[in-house]
Design a protein around this ligand. Sequence first.
Ligand code: SF4
Length: 120
Amino acid sequence: MEKRELVCVACPLGCRITVEIGDDKSVLSVTGNTCKRGEEYAKTECTSPTRMLTTTVKVTGGKAVVVPVKSASPLPKGLLMDCMKVINKASAAAPVKIGDTVISDILGTGVDIIATNNAE
Ligand code: SF4
């Protein structure tokens, strides 16, 4: 059995959470959380960690050089570097509007990369 200590990032309180993980990598117990969100965060973090991705994409044919983007939902942590390689090669034609999908279904994850600002 393995014990992991985490700080919950699901809200600003930052509870310290202890997770016991079995030899088969399953979560045996979660303690230290003060709400259900903390338990869910801890389980996800220990079994299939995810992260929101925020970065920029090149813009062509407009005044702006880049537009800020983010993943529409969290991506598997292990795919973030590969997602960045795809994003770094991509470009968006101006004008880009906030909320536009710049890359759809990145790496087959079902997650879109969307603009978080306008680019003329
Ligand atoms: S366990 Fe609940 S109260 Fe504590 S930091 Fe996480 S979300 Fe906030």
